[in-house]
Design a protein around this ligand. Structure first.
Ligand SMILES: C[S@@+](CC[C@H](N)C(=O)[O-])C[C@H]1O[C@@H](n2cnc3c(N)ncnc32)[C@H](O)[C@@H]1O
Length: 368
């Protein structure tokens, strides 16, 4: 049986067990993280520069090592200011960012701990980081208390979201059900289909108008930063991802949401197709994250575009030293039409406010 059929069977079983309807976030968790089967948990190759490598998308540290070299300037300052010698990375993918940070920071990092939901990726990270075995550790969950500088690139967008649909003026939660009499080989998507149910859930801001509107809310990403806020006794955190403040996220004209799938460096909007074989992702609502963290005692240190952050961290002189190919790849990190503007960086801090180098110019915290 193909991988997609096996994941479909898993989802069908989950729908039946849930009484005939599964909310989208639970579907997304299975499609991405079901052990050995989900997109991030099977052995397919996710990250890489080109489709010819068998990869589906490229992330900043895969695109250019200058991403980690520049971020290292911020991490170095944060280690010094917070008086810690530990780095925690969430969702480390292939391990590329860890290599870049460890190369740049050297002995300033006593311990580099990776937390990743995917066992398969952990094995890949262990191979990639074999040269740093004295410094690097893996943890399967957050400890009760932690200290250090936390980083996460494109991890929040990979956390399951809930889908909300306003149809004929009434809000529904979108989930999955099974077609009557499903499912044999001939059924499209194994007989798994969309079904909306009336809900009391709402987007965090009112959506002007009464037109049909589809969007996402992010309870898991917000719970994640709340837990981090509870556990981080000393230090700070930096997350890099694509997304917007809530006024932009829930703009009345953004009426089909941001849910997106990636396979073979192509994007599509059908998460029910090719289950287990493609990434499913949603943009990040940075206002929601900032509020969740702040309410849990971890205020925002800064928020800006990836381009502004990396330039503040010294990317331009690094580009000047690179060869032509390196400069072209590094340029994509900051070009407005590539990663420079859609991607943002948010920092959270424990304790006294300090002047973080990455947010020194062009801080946009006031837009959150
Ligand atoms: C889009 S990939 C990004 C990988 C890498 N950071 C990069 O930039 O190439 C998302 C990563 O987040 C991990 N992940 C998702 N949710 C997580 C969570 N709650 N805790 C830790 N890792 C998580 C996935 O397993 C995967 O490694």
């Amino acid at each position: 049986m193909s991988l997609t059929r096996v994941v479909q069977a898993l989802v069908q079983q989950a729908i039946r067990r849930a009484g005939g309807w599964l909310p989208f976030d639970r579907f997304m968790a299975l499609a991405l993280y079901a052990p050995g089967l989900g997109y991030y948990a099977n052995s397919a190759r996710q990250f890489g520069q080109m489709p010819s490598s068998g990869s589906d998308f490229v992330t900043a540290p895969e695109m250019s090592p200058l991403f980690g070299r520049a971020l290292a300037a911020q991490v170095a300052q944060a280690l010094e200011v917070s008086g810690t010698d530990e780095v925690w990375e969430f969702g480390a993918g292939s391990g590329a960012l860890a290599v870049q940070l460890l190369q740049a920071l050297g002995p300033r990092v006593r311990r580099y701990t990776i937390v990743d939901l995917s066992g398969t990726l952990r094995e890949r990270q262990q191979r990639e980081l074999a040269g740093w075995s004295g410094q690097v550790e893996w943890a399967s969950e957050l400890p009760q208390a932690m200290r250090g500088v936390v980083v996460g690139n494109e991890v929040l967008d990979a956390m399951p979201v809930k889908l909300l649909a306003r149809t004929d003026g009434r809000w529904h939660e979108r989930g999955l059900a099974l077609a009557a009499g499903a499912a044999d080989e001939a059924d499209i998507h194994g007989g798994i289909l969309w079904e909306d149910r009336l809900t009391d859930l709402r987007p965090p801001v009112e959506i002007a108008g009464d037109h049909d509107y589809l969007t996402e809310i992010h309870p898991q990403a917000e719970a994640f930063v709340r837990t981090l806020a509870d556990r981080l006794e000393q230090g700070c955190a930096f997350f890099i991802d694509y997304g917007f403040p809530e006024t932009e996220y829930y703009h009345p004209q953004r009426d089909t949401g941001t849910l997106m799938c990636h396979r073979g460096h192509l994007a599509d909007v059908d998460p029910l197709a090719d289950l287990g074989r493609k990434d499913i992702t949603a943009h990040v609502n940075f206002t929601g994250l900032a509020l969740a963290a702040q309410e849990a005692g971890l205020p925002t240190l800064g928020y800006t575009s990836q381009a502004r952050f990396l330039i503040n961290c010294g990317l331009v002189p690094l580009l000047a030293q690179a060869d032509l190919a390196g400069r072209a790849a590094g340029q994509r990190l900051i070009a407005e039409h590539e990663m420079g503007e859609l991607f943002k960086v948010i920092g959270f801090q424990r304790g006294e406010f300090w002047d973080a180098v990455g947010f020194r110019e062009g801080d946009r915290t006031h837009t959150l």
